[in-house]
Design a protein around this ligand. Structure first.
Ligand code: SAH
Ligand code: F3S
Length: 457
């Protein structure tokens, strides 16, 4: 296994520079983590990254395919690079989920594209780029049952230097009826715990204060047939350094165990925040969506969280207007939201995705207007719920990990509390990366505003 240190990489870069690349990333945290691997792979091979596409000889776009509008956005963005290609020798590569979904077709549909690479083929990027530079068009969209990029040390892209994402699994086997992810990211596989822990230790050595472990369904983490489950992995990570926060995403209602909840409750450095996508409050819709649980099961999971981790914040994902959704189903979503008092929700209009179970078997029969009206309604409800959730925090003191300087004023800093809420406060002597105690004085539906009490570390 070859793992280069930062200095060695720099040295290699200067020695034999093969080209300058620019990389743009869309979509989820998994894509961010993958882009960090891509940078690492290309650096090791002698390519150098630029953050200004005008300086680049190669433009790479790591794409998302989850909804049609995500793909449209990328196609629009491509116009810029098509234009750029007119007056210089530039190669354009599409990576990630859209590459995997469209494969060779992408070369026909988008003439500016030279390279198409799926999420399991990044190790071949150096070879594929050599082909592309010689004037060929290249495609590698092979999916793997085992690739977890274990031996690669990611080149972290986030510039706050405070929080790092670490992937613990790849792919998804759930096959929710609406979802394209199992097709774009392939079979579910867990990564070797030793390599996960090594990567996290390295991030801690590099000064990171918060580690978010990610997978499409972290509750199904399973190393070597039960040798280690998610609760056990989480515990090992929490024990590495009690001054480093641990977060995770995403939990799945069917698979989230009380064992995981007890582990979260036991360790102060595991953040008290769970993202538990429900998608709909109607058991009929959940059946059609092939989610594998009922409204009552989901409510039971929420009750367990509240009982085992009383100060836990909960967020969710919702889809409006899935196949055959009626007003009665929608009302069940509304009532579930109010019952659960979600602290935050990510809400979407259903977007039919080619080749999914729903596309093949269920009509996309809810008018766009109705999808939009239902979405608007739940956005307003969530905004009220978020406001009420934040109002309950006024007067409380939270430990906040500082992430940066407020965009509005250099005199203010922002960070998050354990519950993942953004807290803004006056700077004083505090610095990015510090833990501080902040007393909440007021709030909006989006943020808490407070004042520094004492600096804790
Ligand atoms: N388990 C994954 C889910 C990925 S997709 C995770 O890591 O979060 C994120 C969210 O996008 C889903 O929870 C769902 O609410 C939404 N979504 C997925 N497919 C969709 C579609 N076809 N139309 C609209 N929203 C969709
Ligand atoms: Fe998609 Fe369901 Fe997996 S939403 S990512 S198929 S858990």
């Amino acid at each position: 296994m070859t793992v280069f240190s930062r200095e060695q990489k720099q040295h290699k870069k200067n020695e034999d520079l093969k080209g300058i690349f620019y990389l743009e990333t869309y979509g989820c945290q998994m894509n961010v983590a993958d882009s960090e691997l891509v940078v690492s792979i290309l650096n090791d091979d002698g390519y150098q990254q630029t953050f200004d596409y005008k300086q680049a000889e190669i433009v790479l776009i790591n794409t998302c395919a989850i909804r049609d509008n995500a793909e449209q956005r990328i196609r629009n963005r491509l116009h810029v690079f098509t234009h750029e290609k007119k007056h210089k020798n530039l190669k354009v590569g599409i990576l990630g989920c859209m590459a995997e979904r469209l494969k060779e077709k992408l070369l026909d549909e988008e003439k500016s594209v030279d390279l198409v690479v799926g999420p399991d083929a990044y190790r071949r990027l150096p070879q594929l780029l050599t082909e592309v530079k010689s004037g060929k068009k290249s495609v590698d969209v092979a999916l793997s049952k085992s690739e977890t990029y274990d031996d690669l040390l990611p080149n972290r892209l986030d510039n706050n230097g405070v929080s790092a994402f670490v992937s613990i699994m790849r792919g998804c086997d759930n096959m929710c009826a609406f979802c394209v992810v199992p097709f774009t990211r392939g079979r579910e596989r867990s990564r070797d715990p030793e390599s996960i822990l090594n990567e996290i230790k390295q991030a801690i050595n590099d000064g990171y204060k918060e580690i978010t472990v990610i997978g499409q369904n972290v509750d199904k983490y399973n190393w070597k047939n039960g040798k280690m489950n998610f609760a056990q992995l989480l515990e090992k990570i929490a024990l590495l350094d009690n001054a480093v926060r641990v977060r995770f995403s995403t939990s799945y209602p069917q698979d989230m165990t009380d064992e995981v909840l007890h582990t979260i409750a036991k360790y102060p450095n595991i953040c008290k925040y769970i993202h538990l996508p429900v998608q709909s409050g109607s058991t009929r819709m959940l059946g059609l969506m092939k989610r594998g649980y009922t409204r009552e099961w989901y409510m039971d999971r929420i009750k367990s969280i509240r009982a085992i981790i009383p100060d836990c914040a909960i967020s969710t994902d919702m889809i409006t207007g899935f196949s055959s959704e009626m007003d009665a189903d929608h009302q069940e979503t509304v009532s579930l939201m109010k019952w659960a008092k979600f602290d935050y929700s990510y809400m979407f209009k259903y977007s039919e995705r080619p080749n999914t179970f729903a596309h093949r078997n269920l009509p996309d029969d809810v008018p766009d207007e109705t999808k939009g009206a239902r979405l608007q309604e739940i956005i307003e409800i969530q905004s009220q719920l978020s406001l009420e959730s934040n109002q309950r925090d006024v007067g409380k003191v939270f430990e906040v990990l500082i992430e940066g300087v407020s965009k509005r004023s250099a005199e203010r800093l922002y960070g998050r509390n354990s519950q993942n809420k953004v807290v803004i406060f006056d700077r004083h002597n505090a610095a990015v990366g510090d833990y501080v105690q902040v007393k909440v004085l007021d709030c909006t539906s989006a943020t808490l505003r407070g004042t520094l009490v004492t600096q804790s570390a």
